[in-house]
Design a protein around this ligand. Structure first.
Ligand SMILES: NC(=O)c1ccc[n+]([C@@H]2O[C@H](COP(=O)([O-])OP(=O)(O)OC[C@H]3O[C@@H](n4cnc5c(N)ncnc54)[C@H](OP(=O)(O)O)[C@@H]3O)[C@@H](O)[C@H]2O)c1
Length: 303
């Protein structure tokens, strides 16, 4: 029988890609979310389970005969962080009680070893600590920027309507863009290992590029000459505020201030938080990686 893997947050775009890749890799994923919606895959819909991330007992029951858990947690920028940090603890306790063998945590963003005073990142730091404390073998996989963001409403209209890749990255910022599928395959490789408990592994895609180079790759793949624009962070924050209007439960000013501060750090930190050398990572997690051009050809511009 194929090992059963619970994917928490499976109805989100990151979790859904993990469900699809788990199916392709021969696992038996189960899609966990609040709604319990199924997830479409190449092998048909994967069954969904409605879960309450505040309830250890019901999660323990839902994890019965589960071999591994992939953890994806939603944004703490747009809703209170504390219940979601507590949810990481609940998942860990329930997994331990149910005899789950491994947890793989997708931090969804770079999370340095120490806290830096950025609320979203610090919340992920806490979630990671709760999962590590659970006493279930847990690996933290920490992606940089998703290529899939280019299809989101804050980036896509400018590409389609103006032919401009407009992103809040400085022209010289080096970014190892990664797609959701590559992240999922790296998580699957982590699931297969028994010696990565307590490890945090920053991951990116197979290429590290600056905005002009990214644009050249996309232009070639999409057969359309695109320009690039390093979007001022203030303008980006305003656009994000409009895009998420109605979703945020936190006050807008604090939210935007947090976004501004973290994007300034991403752009200027000497640590280069968006740059990852994947050579040593792929020795540990030998996943197939997708070049930017291949990703773009698989995700075309509308005709
Ligand atoms: N690195 C990057 O380039 C990048 C890009 C985009 C996002 N992110 C980060 O990725 C994280 C997730 O992003 P997102 O929220 O936009 O993902 P998403 O695709 O909206 O998925 C969120 C998932 O969490 C579930 N969910 C939502 N609210 C919940 C709650 N209160 N309790 C339990 N489950 C809940 C949703 O399902 P149900 O509603 O059905 O429960 C869904 O499955 C965020 O931290 C975000 O900053 C990073």
């Amino acid at each position: 029988m194929s090992p059963t893997i619970a994917v928490i947050g499976a109805t989100g775009v990151q979790g859904a890609a993990q469900v699809r890749e788990l199916v392709l890799a021969g696992f038996d994923p189960v899609a966990f979310s609040r709604s319990g919606g199924a997830v479409a895959t190449s092998a048909g819909p994967v069954r969904g389970i409605a879960c309450d991330l505040g309830d250890v007992a019901s999660l323990k029951t839902a994890f019965a005969r589960t071999d591994g858990v992939f953890v994806n947690l939603p944004s703490t920028s747009f809703q209170q962080a504390e219940p979601l940090i507590a949810a990481a603890g609940t998942i860990g306790k329930a997994a331990k009680a149910a005899g789950v063998r491994r947890i793989v945590f997708n931090t969804s963003m770079p999370v340095p070893t120490d806290k830096r005073g950025f609320a979203a990142q610090d919340a992920r730091h806490e979630m990671r600590a709760r999962l590590w404390d659970s006493d279930v073998d847990t690996t933290s996989i920490e992606p940089v920027v998703y290529l899939d963001n280019l299809h989101q409403r804050w980036a896509w209209p400018s590409i389609v309507e103006r032919g401009v890749v407009c992103y809040p990255h400085a022209p010289e910022l080096e970014v190892s863009w990664i797609c959701h599928e590559d992240l999922a395959r790296l998580m699957i490789e982590a699931l297969r290992r028994d010696d990565l408990h307590g490890h945090r592994i920053p991951v990116g895609g197979p290429q590290t590029v600056r905005l002009p180079e990214l644009t050249a790759e996309l232009s070639a793949a999409w057969g359309r000459k695109l320009a690039w624009e390093s979007q001022p962070i203030d303008e980006f924050c305003d656009r994000m505020k409009r895009a998420f209007d109605g979703i945020a439960t936190l006050e807008a000013e604090r939210l935007i201030d947090e976004l501004r501060r973290i994007y300034e750090w991403y752009n200027t930190s000497p640590e280069k938080p968006f740059k990852v050398d994947m050579t040593p990572v792929l020795e540990i997690l030998p996943a197939r990686m997708t070049p930017i051009g291949d990703w773009a050809r698989a995700n075309p511009l509308p005709a």
